[in-house]
Ligand binder design. Structure first.
Ligand SMILES: C[S@@+](CC[C@H](N)C(=O)[O-])C[C@H]1O[C@@H](n2cnc3c(N)ncnc32)[C@H](O)[C@@H]1O
Length: 363
């Protein structure tokens, strides 16, 4: 573990920054991530954040926390409590927890992606609430507690999937919206990228993953198209994969939206989600966290998980129901909490979110 408020280096505001040339872009609005320098520097461009959010978009380099009020209402963080935020990301949920637990509490923040950890830690350090950053997979929560002699937590929270920063950065290869390398690793030390898996899995294995992790109805057809395409040339770019999915579904790049217009989900969205879950073995990590959670919670402690996919939601529901049947949990959510229309309008990425909670039995 590393970083507490005391050990996180604040930026030296007086320090002279080297002069950087502004990215130039065609037309009146920046389109590429690297061109959106104003969105990425809210301190230097006040008002930009509100302007972008009013359009239902997330400013580049930021993440808007999903179901924030609902999470706080269900998990009820109180002064002096300890929280494990298993998916720190931009720190939106963490900041809300920290505001409520105050400086007599403590938050341990996990993230397996190193890209944002330092800037999130620096942002959260300004709260003055004791913060421990745990670099790595939340599947290691129980091991981290043992290694660092941490007592059980009052709250364990996870907001699964990827952040807007990861999705919006073409170099990470998570999105069909921007062309980039087919990478998709949350932790860049993982050995296999999405391109590697597309290269070596059989059509049957690929189809099973698209079905299981993406609920993709054309899984077989798309898997066969991938295998046929890679025999000609390896699939290395996100744009190439998005094109292949459209072709396999018999759709046209200009007209696929049909009557749904701007609200239509891209035909490749499910394929990209399934590949990302496969590359990062996301369901295995979630299953491990759910298995260990009853032993990592203090008596009366609360656990809450936000999922974005039916397979994840099923795992959470089953684990909580089983925990209740074994009396590990005294109470569990009977229905998932979903975002309302206003939240979805302001943040379309919230649309598929489902939040479930459980309360640990008293000793
Ligand atoms: C949806 S974002 C979380 C956003 C965060 N709640 C906020 O308000 O900014 C998910 C984050 O969890 C991380 N993550 C996903 N799976 C993980 C895992 N198994 N272990 C640790 N971190 C994980 C991702 O790298 C990403 O940064």
């Amino acid at each position: 573990m590393s970083a507490t408020p005391g050990s996180t280096q604040p930026t030296d505001e007086g320090a002279r920054q080297p002069h950087r040339r502004r990215p130039r872009y065609r037309g009146t609005h920046p389109r590429r991530f690297a061109e959106k320098y104003k969105e990425q520097d809210p301190a230097a461009f006040p008002g930009m954040d509100a302007h972008i959010r009013a359009q239902g978009r997330t400013p580049a380099g930021m993440h808007v926390p999903v179901l924030l009020n609902e999470v706080m209402e269900a998990l009820k963080p109180a002064a002096g409590e300890t929280v494990a935020d298993c998916t720190l990301g931009y720190g939106g949920h963490a900041a809300a927890f920290m505001e409520r637990i105050g400086n007599t509490g403590r938050l341990a923040g996990f993230d397996r992606d190193g890209d944002e950890r330092a800037s999130t830690a620096a942002r959260l350090a300004t709260t003055g609430v004791p913060l421990v950053i745990v670099p790595g997979n939340f599947a290691g929560l129980a091991r981290a507690m043992e290694r660092d002699h941490l007592p059980p937590f009052d709250i364990i929270f996870a907001d699964l999937g990827v952040s807007s920063m990861q999705l919006d950065d073409p170099a990470r290869g998570f999105s069909y919206k921007h062309d980039g390398p087919l990478d998709m690793r949350m932790d860049r030390r993982q050995p296999a990228t999405a391109a590697d898996l597309l290269d070596r899995l059989s059509a049957e294995e690929l189809a099973a993953a698209l079905r299981e992790f993406g609920d993709e109805k054309d899984a077989g057809r798309i898997a066969e198209a991938i295998v046929a395409a890679r025999d000609r040339e390896p699939l290395r770019r996100t744009a190439g994969l998005a094109r292949l999915v459209l072709e396999a579904k018999g759709l046209d790049a200009r007209t696929w939206r049909g009557e749904a217009g701007a609200d239509a989900t891209h035909p490749a969205a499910r394929v990209f989600q399934a590949l990302r879950i496969l590359v990062n073995k996301e369901l295995e990590s979630l299953a491990q966290l759910l298995r260990d959670a009853p032993w990592c919670l203090a008596p009366g402690g609360r656990i809450g998980i936000i999922t974005f996919h039916s397979g994840e939601d099923r795992l959470v529901r089953q684990a909580f129901d089983e925990g209740a049947a074994r009396s590990y949990y005294s109470s569990v959510a009977t229905e998932p909490v979903r975002p309302g229309r206003a939240e979805i309008n302001g943040n379309p990425r919230a649309a598929s979110a489902r939040f479930r909670w459980a309360i640990h039995a008293q000793a």
